[in-house]
Design a protein around this ligand. Structure first.
Ligand SMILES: C[S@@+](CC[C@H](N)C(=O)[O-])C[C@H]1O[C@@H](n2cnc3c(N)ncnc32)[C@H](O)[C@@H]1O
Length: 290
Protein backbone atom coordinates (compact mmCIF):
# COMPACT_ATOMS: atom_id res chain seq x y z
CA UNK A 1 0.00 0.00 0.00
CA UNK A 2 1.31 3.44 -0.88
CA UNK A 3 -0.78 5.87 1.18
CA UNK A 4 0.71 7.90 4.00
CA UNK A 5 -2.13 10.51 3.88
CA UNK A 6 -4.40 7.98 5.45
CA UNK A 7 -1.98 6.39 7.93
CA UNK A 8 -3.91 7.37 11.10
CA UNK A 9 -7.34 6.04 10.06
CA UNK A 10 -5.74 2.88 8.64
CA UNK A 11 -4.00 2.28 11.95
CA UNK A 12 -7.30 2.83 13.78
CA UNK A 13 -9.14 0.35 11.53
CA UNK A 14 -6.38 -2.19 12.05
CA UNK A 15 -6.21 -1.80 15.86
CA UNK A 16 -8.87 -0.20 18.14
CA UNK A 17 -11.70 -0.37 15.64
CA UNK A 18 -10.81 -3.87 14.47
CA UNK A 19 -10.85 -5.10 18.10
CA UNK A 20 -14.24 -3.48 18.68
CA UNK A 21 -15.73 -4.84 15.47
CA UNK A 22 -14.58 -8.33 16.54
CA UNK A 23 -16.07 -7.93 20.00
CA UNK A 24 -19.45 -6.72 18.73
CA UNK A 25 -19.54 -8.64 15.49
CA UNK A 26 -22.75 -10.36 16.50
CA UNK A 27 -24.56 -7.05 17.00
CA UNK A 28 -23.07 -5.57 13.81
CA UNK A 29 -23.66 -8.47 11.45
CA UNK A 30 -27.16 -9.33 12.67
CA UNK A 31 -28.25 -5.76 13.27
CA UNK A 32 -26.79 -3.80 10.42
CA UNK A 33 -26.89 -6.47 7.72
CA UNK A 34 -30.61 -5.78 7.36
CA UNK A 35 -29.68 -2.75 5.24
CA UNK A 36 -27.68 -4.82 2.74
CA UNK A 37 -30.29 -7.63 2.83
CA UNK A 38 -32.91 -5.07 1.75
CA UNK A 39 -30.60 -3.73 -0.96
CA UNK A 40 -29.86 -7.20 -2.39
CA UNK A 41 -33.55 -8.09 -2.30
CA UNK A 42 -34.29 -5.28 -4.73
CA UNK A 43 -31.18 -5.65 -6.91
CA UNK A 44 -28.82 -8.61 -7.05
CA UNK A 45 -25.72 -8.91 -9.25
CA UNK A 46 -25.93 -10.95 -12.47
CA UNK A 47 -24.25 -14.35 -12.80
CA UNK A 48 -20.80 -14.11 -14.36
CA UNK A 49 -20.16 -10.48 -13.37
CA UNK A 50 -17.03 -9.15 -11.61
CA UNK A 51 -17.89 -7.01 -8.59
CA UNK A 52 -15.73 -4.98 -6.17
CA UNK A 53 -16.87 -4.69 -2.52
CA UNK A 54 -15.35 -1.49 -1.05
CA UNK A 55 -14.38 -1.41 2.65
CA UNK A 56 -15.42 -5.06 2.90
CA UNK A 57 -14.51 -5.56 6.58
CA UNK A 58 -15.08 -9.23 7.51
CA UNK A 59 -16.23 -9.87 3.95
CA UNK A 60 -19.75 -11.12 4.61
CA UNK A 61 -21.18 -8.96 1.79
CA UNK A 62 -18.32 -10.15 -0.46
CA UNK A 63 -19.48 -13.73 0.21
CA UNK A 64 -23.09 -12.75 -0.50
CA UNK A 65 -22.02 -11.18 -3.81
CA UNK A 66 -19.93 -14.28 -4.64
CA UNK A 67 -23.12 -16.33 -4.21
CA UNK A 68 -25.04 -14.02 -6.57
CA UNK A 69 -22.43 -13.94 -9.36
CA UNK A 70 -21.79 -17.69 -9.19
CA UNK A 71 -18.70 -19.69 -10.18
CA UNK A 72 -18.31 -17.88 -13.52
CA UNK A 73 -18.21 -14.50 -11.77
CA UNK A 74 -15.91 -12.91 -9.21
CA UNK A 75 -16.38 -10.97 -5.98
CA UNK A 76 -13.38 -8.95 -4.83
CA UNK A 77 -13.38 -7.41 -1.35
CA UNK A 78 -11.02 -4.50 -0.72
CA UNK A 79 -10.09 -3.11 2.67
CA UNK A 80 -7.24 -0.99 4.05
CA UNK A 81 -6.92 -3.04 7.25
CA UNK A 82 -4.79 -6.18 7.09
CA UNK A 83 -6.61 -7.70 10.09
CA UNK A 84 -10.03 -7.52 8.40
CA UNK A 85 -8.61 -8.90 5.15
CA UNK A 86 -7.03 -11.88 6.97
CA UNK A 87 -10.38 -12.87 8.52
CA UNK A 88 -12.31 -12.23 5.30
CA UNK A 89 -9.91 -14.48 3.35
CA UNK A 90 -10.05 -17.27 5.89
CA UNK A 91 -13.84 -17.27 6.21
CA UNK A 92 -14.45 -17.16 2.44
CA UNK A 93 -12.06 -20.11 2.06
CA UNK A 94 -13.83 -22.02 4.87
CA UNK A 95 -17.19 -21.31 3.22
CA UNK A 96 -15.68 -22.61 -0.05
CA UNK A 97 -16.18 -19.49 -2.14
CA UNK A 98 -13.53 -20.06 -4.79
CA UNK A 99 -14.79 -16.96 -6.65
CA UNK A 100 -14.23 -14.58 -3.69
CA UNK A 101 -10.86 -12.88 -3.28
CA UNK A 102 -9.55 -10.03 -1.17
CA UNK A 103 -7.27 -7.09 -1.77
CA UNK A 104 -5.39 -5.05 0.84
CA UNK A 105 -5.49 -1.49 -0.49
CA UNK A 106 -6.35 2.09 0.42
CA UNK A 107 -9.29 2.90 -1.84
CA UNK A 108 -8.37 6.58 -1.97
CA UNK A 109 -4.82 5.97 -3.20
CA UNK A 110 -4.11 2.48 -4.53
CA UNK A 111 -4.80 0.55 -7.70
CA UNK A 112 -8.03 -1.45 -7.29
CA UNK A 113 -7.31 -4.16 -9.90
CA UNK A 114 -10.20 -3.20 -12.18
CA UNK A 115 -12.05 -3.19 -14.44
CA UNK A 116 -15.21 -4.27 -12.60
CA UNK A 117 -18.74 -4.57 -13.95
CA UNK A 118 -20.08 -2.94 -10.80
CA UNK A 119 -18.87 -1.70 -7.40
CA UNK A 120 -20.73 -2.16 -4.11
CA UNK A 121 -20.11 -0.90 -0.59
CA UNK A 122 -21.98 -1.38 2.70
CA UNK A 123 -20.96 1.36 5.12
CA UNK A 124 -17.39 1.27 3.72
CA UNK A 125 -17.15 4.72 2.10
CA UNK A 126 -17.87 7.19 4.90
CA UNK A 127 -14.38 7.20 6.38
CA UNK A 128 -12.24 8.48 3.51
CA UNK A 129 -10.05 11.49 4.32
CA UNK A 130 -10.11 12.35 0.65
CA UNK A 131 -13.55 11.24 -0.54
CA UNK A 132 -13.16 12.95 -3.93
CA UNK A 133 -9.97 11.00 -4.67
CA UNK A 134 -11.54 7.75 -3.45
CA UNK A 135 -14.68 8.18 -5.57
CA UNK A 136 -12.59 9.01 -8.65
CA UNK A 137 -10.47 5.92 -8.04
CA UNK A 138 -13.62 3.79 -7.71
CA UNK A 139 -15.02 5.18 -10.96
CA UNK A 140 -11.77 4.49 -12.78
CA UNK A 141 -11.98 0.87 -11.63
CA UNK A 142 -15.43 0.53 -13.26
CA UNK A 143 -16.17 -0.51 -16.83
CA UNK A 144 -18.05 2.10 -18.89
CA UNK A 145 -21.74 1.97 -17.90
CA UNK A 146 -20.83 0.15 -14.66
CA UNK A 147 -22.80 1.04 -11.55
CA UNK A 148 -21.49 2.08 -8.15
CA UNK A 149 -23.88 1.35 -5.26
CA UNK A 150 -23.08 2.40 -1.72
CA UNK A 151 -25.07 2.05 1.47
CA UNK A 152 -24.31 4.99 3.77
CA UNK A 153 -25.90 6.32 6.92
CA UNK A 154 -28.46 9.09 6.63
CA UNK A 155 -28.16 11.98 9.09
CA UNK A 156 -27.48 11.17 12.74
CA UNK A 157 -30.87 12.55 13.89
CA UNK A 158 -32.53 9.76 11.83
CA UNK A 159 -30.30 7.14 13.46
CA UNK A 160 -31.40 6.97 17.09
CA UNK A 161 -29.43 3.69 17.50
CA UNK A 162 -26.33 5.90 17.83
CA UNK A 163 -27.68 9.44 18.11
CA UNK A 164 -29.61 8.99 21.35
CA UNK A 165 -26.52 7.63 23.14
CA UNK A 166 -24.34 10.39 21.67
CA UNK A 167 -26.77 13.08 22.81
CA UNK A 168 -26.78 11.77 26.37
CA UNK A 169 -22.99 11.36 26.64
CA UNK A 170 -22.43 14.87 25.23
CA UNK A 171 -24.46 16.28 28.10
CA UNK A 172 -22.08 14.59 30.55
CA UNK A 173 -18.58 15.23 29.17
CA UNK A 174 -16.72 17.67 26.93
CA UNK A 175 -16.51 17.02 23.23
CA UNK A 176 -12.85 16.86 22.05
CA UNK A 177 -12.37 17.08 18.28
CA UNK A 178 -10.02 14.81 16.32
CA UNK A 179 -7.81 17.84 15.60
CA UNK A 180 -7.21 18.32 19.33
CA UNK A 181 -6.04 14.78 20.09
CA UNK A 182 -3.20 12.41 19.22
CA UNK A 183 -5.47 9.37 19.72
CA UNK A 184 -5.98 7.32 16.53
CA UNK A 185 -9.45 7.73 14.99
CA UNK A 186 -11.53 6.44 12.11
CA UNK A 187 -11.36 9.60 9.97
CA UNK A 188 -14.53 11.49 8.98
CA UNK A 189 -17.42 10.03 10.93
CA UNK A 190 -20.13 7.57 9.92
CA UNK A 191 -22.43 10.43 8.84
CA UNK A 192 -20.06 12.06 6.38
CA UNK A 193 -22.10 10.86 3.38
CA UNK A 194 -25.52 11.74 4.80
CA UNK A 195 -26.13 14.93 2.79
CA UNK A 196 -27.74 14.27 -0.57
CA UNK A 197 -26.59 17.49 -2.19
CA UNK A 198 -23.01 17.19 -1.02
CA UNK A 199 -22.74 13.51 -2.00
CA UNK A 200 -24.27 14.20 -5.44
CA UNK A 201 -21.75 16.97 -5.97
CA UNK A 202 -18.84 14.71 -4.93
CA UNK A 203 -20.04 11.92 -7.24
CA UNK A 204 -20.48 14.32 -10.17
CA UNK A 205 -17.03 15.79 -9.43
CA UNK A 206 -15.60 12.26 -9.56
CA UNK A 207 -17.15 11.80 -13.02
CA UNK A 208 -20.30 9.78 -12.21
CA UNK A 209 -23.76 10.44 -13.67
CA UNK A 210 -27.31 9.08 -13.11
CA UNK A 211 -27.07 9.61 -9.35
CA UNK A 212 -29.99 8.42 -7.25
CA UNK A 213 -30.87 8.05 -3.56
CA UNK A 214 -33.31 5.65 -1.95
CA UNK A 215 -34.06 5.78 1.75
CA UNK A 216 -33.97 2.56 3.79
CA UNK A 217 -35.32 2.48 7.35
CA UNK A 218 -35.06 -0.51 9.64
CA UNK A 219 -34.86 -1.23 13.36
CA UNK A 220 -31.55 -2.56 14.64
CA UNK A 221 -30.80 -4.54 17.78
CA UNK A 222 -27.83 -2.96 19.58
CA UNK A 223 -27.63 -5.65 22.27
CA UNK A 224 -29.41 -8.84 23.25
CA UNK A 225 -29.47 -7.63 26.87
CA UNK A 226 -29.16 -4.20 28.50
CA UNK A 227 -25.48 -4.65 29.47
CA UNK A 228 -24.47 -5.60 25.95
CA UNK A 229 -26.24 -2.53 24.52
CA UNK A 230 -24.45 -0.25 27.01
CA UNK A 231 -21.08 -1.84 26.23
CA UNK A 232 -21.78 -1.51 22.51
CA UNK A 233 -22.64 2.20 22.81
CA UNK A 234 -19.54 2.83 24.89
CA UNK A 235 -17.24 0.93 22.57
CA UNK A 236 -18.52 1.85 19.10
CA UNK A 237 -20.20 4.82 17.53
CA UNK A 238 -20.11 8.49 18.48
CA UNK A 239 -20.85 8.01 22.22
CA UNK A 240 -17.86 5.72 22.74
CA UNK A 241 -15.71 8.00 20.58
CA UNK A 242 -16.56 11.06 22.73
CA UNK A 243 -15.50 9.16 25.86
CA UNK A 244 -12.30 7.82 24.28
CA UNK A 245 -11.22 11.20 22.90
CA UNK A 246 -12.00 12.92 26.24
CA UNK A 247 -9.06 10.97 27.72
CA UNK A 248 -8.80 11.07 31.55
CA UNK A 249 -11.92 13.19 31.95
CA UNK A 250 -13.78 10.65 29.82
CA UNK A 251 -12.67 7.80 32.09
CA UNK A 252 -13.50 9.76 35.26
CA UNK A 253 -17.06 10.47 34.13
CA UNK A 254 -17.62 7.09 32.53
CA UNK A 255 -19.81 5.74 35.41
CA UNK A 256 -22.18 8.69 34.96
CA UNK A 257 -22.39 7.97 31.24
CA UNK A 258 -23.09 4.27 31.91
CA UNK A 259 -25.95 5.10 34.30
CA UNK A 260 -27.51 7.51 31.80
CA UNK A 261 -27.22 4.98 28.95
CA UNK A 262 -28.79 2.20 31.04
CA UNK A 263 -31.75 4.42 31.79
CA UNK A 264 -32.13 5.36 28.10
CA UNK A 265 -31.83 1.79 26.80
CA UNK A 266 -34.20 0.35 29.42
CA UNK A 267 -36.97 2.31 27.67
CA UNK A 268 -36.22 0.48 24.38
CA UNK A 269 -35.75 -3.00 25.84
CA UNK A 270 -37.96 -5.65 24.25
CA UNK A 271 -38.09 -9.38 25.04
CA UNK A 272 -35.33 -10.05 22.46
CA UNK A 273 -32.99 -7.12 23.05
CA UNK A 274 -32.59 -3.35 22.85
CA UNK A 275 -33.95 -1.95 19.58
CA UNK A 276 -33.68 1.47 17.95
CA UNK A 277 -34.47 2.87 14.53
CA UNK A 278 -31.78 3.29 11.86
CA UNK A 279 -31.79 4.89 8.45
CA UNK A 280 -29.49 4.60 5.42
CA UNK A 281 -29.29 5.75 1.82
CA UNK A 282 -28.89 3.40 -1.09
CA UNK A 283 -26.84 5.72 -3.30
CA UNK A 284 -26.35 4.66 -6.90
CA UNK A 285 -24.30 6.25 -9.66
CA UNK A 286 -23.04 5.26 -13.11
CA UNK A 287 -19.65 5.48 -14.78
CA UNK A 288 -20.73 7.14 -18.06
CA UNK A 289 -20.43 5.04 -21.21
CA UNK A 290 -18.68 8.06 -22.91
C1 LIG B 1 -17.92 0.44 9.05
S1 LIG B 1 -16.77 -0.71 8.38
C2 LIG B 1 -17.83 -1.57 7.25
C3 LIG B 1 -17.35 -2.96 6.96
C4 LIG B 1 -18.27 -3.82 6.09
N1 LIG B 1 -18.48 -3.24 4.78
C5 LIG B 1 -19.58 -4.07 6.78
O1 LIG B 1 -20.61 -3.51 6.38
O2 LIG B 1 -19.59 -4.85 7.77
C6 LIG B 1 -15.77 0.28 7.31
C7 LIG B 1 -14.67 -0.51 6.62
O3 LIG B 1 -14.04 0.35 5.66
C8 LIG B 1 -12.64 0.12 5.71
N2 LIG B 1 -11.99 1.35 5.20
C9 LIG B 1 -11.98 2.58 5.77
N3 LIG B 1 -11.25 3.43 5.02
C10 LIG B 1 -10.80 2.72 3.95
C11 LIG B 1 -9.96 3.04 2.83
N4 LIG B 1 -9.46 4.25 2.66
N5 LIG B 1 -9.68 2.05 1.94
C12 LIG B 1 -10.17 0.80 2.11
N6 LIG B 1 -10.96 0.44 3.15
C13 LIG B 1 -11.28 1.39 4.06
C14 LIG B 1 -12.35 -0.18 7.18
O4 LIG B 1 -11.14 -0.85 7.38
C15 LIG B 1 -13.58 -1.01 7.57
O5 LIG B 1 -13.37 -2.38 7.39
Amino acid sequence: MSSTENAIPIEAWNTVLFDKFCRFRNVLTHGLSDHSAKFFKRSSYPAGSRILDVGCGFGDTTQEIAKQVGPSGAAVGVDCAQNFIAIAKREAREAQFANASFLLADVQADDLSGPYDHVFSRFGTMFFNLPGAALRNIRRALKPDGKFAMIVWRRREDNPWVYEAERIVKEIMPMISHAETTEVHCGPGPFSMAGQEMVSEMLRGAGFDRISFERCDTDVCIGRVLDEAVEFALALGPAGEIIRLAGEEGQRRRPEAVAALRELFAKNLRHDGVWFGSSSWFVEARNPAH
